[in-house]
Design a protein around this ligand. Structure first.
Ligand code: GRF
Length: 200
C-alpha cells in the first residue's frame, strides 16, 4: 500500500513536482493525499489541481495566531489521512503543536549543506561566505529552524563566477533527486533516530 503523504508549499512547487513524478514513475511508494499552502494564489496549488490532486489554501493571515493556523493545518492533514508531511518551500516555521502531531514524520528540504546557512537565501549566504562547495539537505523536522536529523545531503560545487541564479539552479537539480531519494529510503527501509543521526 502506498503511504499517504501531504505536501506543504508556499511557492512554485518544483520539489513537489519532483516527488509527484517519482510516484508516477513508481519509484516512490507514496500517494499525495493533499497539497496545502498558507498563501492564496500559490503556483504550486494550481500545478497540484492540474494533476488532479486535492489542493487547499489555509491563509495564515486570516488566523489569530501561529498556533491557531497550525491547528487548522494539522486538522486538514489529519482529515486527509496524511501519515507523512513533506515541506517543499513552505515558508512557515512549525509550532510544537504541529511537530508533535507528526513525530519523526515531517521532512524538509533546504538549499545548503546544513548546518551551514540555515534560514532564508541560503544560496546567497553561500556565495557571500565564499564557500567552494554547497548543496542541499533533506532532514526530519524538529522545533528549530532547518535543524532536525539529516536524511540525505547532496554536494554542489560553487563556480568562480557563479550568480545566485546559476547556483540556485544547480542546487535545485540536486534537490529534485535528493527529496524522492530521502522519502523512498524512509518509507522502504527500517530506520531509527539516534541523537542527531538517522540510522538505516
Ligand atoms: C527550494 O530551494 C527548497 O530547498 C527551499 O525552498 C525552495 C522551494 O522551491 N526550502 P520549489 O517551490 O520546490 O521549487
Amino acid at each position: 500500500m502506498p503511504t499517504p503523504v501531504a505536501i506543504l508549499l508556499s511557492g512554485r512547487g518544483s520539489n513537489f513536482l519532483a516527488l509527484h513524478a517519482a510516484i508516477e514513475r513508481r519509484k516512490l511508494p507514496a500517494e499525495i493525499v493533499l497539497v496545502l499552502s498558507n498563501a492564496p494564489g500559490t503556483p504550486g496549488l494550481e500545478k497540484a489541481r492540474e494533476r488532479g490532486l486535492e489542493a487547499v489554501c489555509i491563509p495564515h493571515r486570516a488566523e489569530s495566531s501561529h498556533e491557531a493556523h497550525d491547528r487548522k493545518v494539522v486538522a486538514a492533514l489529519t482529515a486527509a489521512g496524511a501519515e507523512w508531511v513533506c515541506l517543499a518551500g513552505y515558508m512557515r516555521l512549525l509550532t510544537s503543536t504541529f511537530v508533535r502531531a507528526f513525530p519523526e514524520r515531517i521532512l524538509n528540504i533546504h538549499p545548503s549543506l546544513l548546518p551551514a546557512f540555515p534560514g532564508l537565501q541560503a544560496q546567497r549566504q553561500a556565495l557571500d561566505y565564499g564557500v567552494a562547495i554547497t548543496g542541499c539537505t533533506v532532514h526530519l523536522v524538529d522545533e528549530e529552524l532547518d535543524h532536525g536529523p539529516i536524511v540525505v545531503q547532496r554536494v554542489v560545487p560553487v563556480e568562480p563566477d557563479d550568480t545566485q541564479e546559476a547556483l540556485s539552479a544547480r542546487i535545485l537539480a540536486q534537490e529534485h533527486r535528493a527529496y524522492p531519494l530521502a522519502l523512498r529510503r524512509l518509507l522502504t527501509e527500517s530506520w531509527s533516530v539516534d541523537g542527531r543521526r538517522v540510522r538505516f
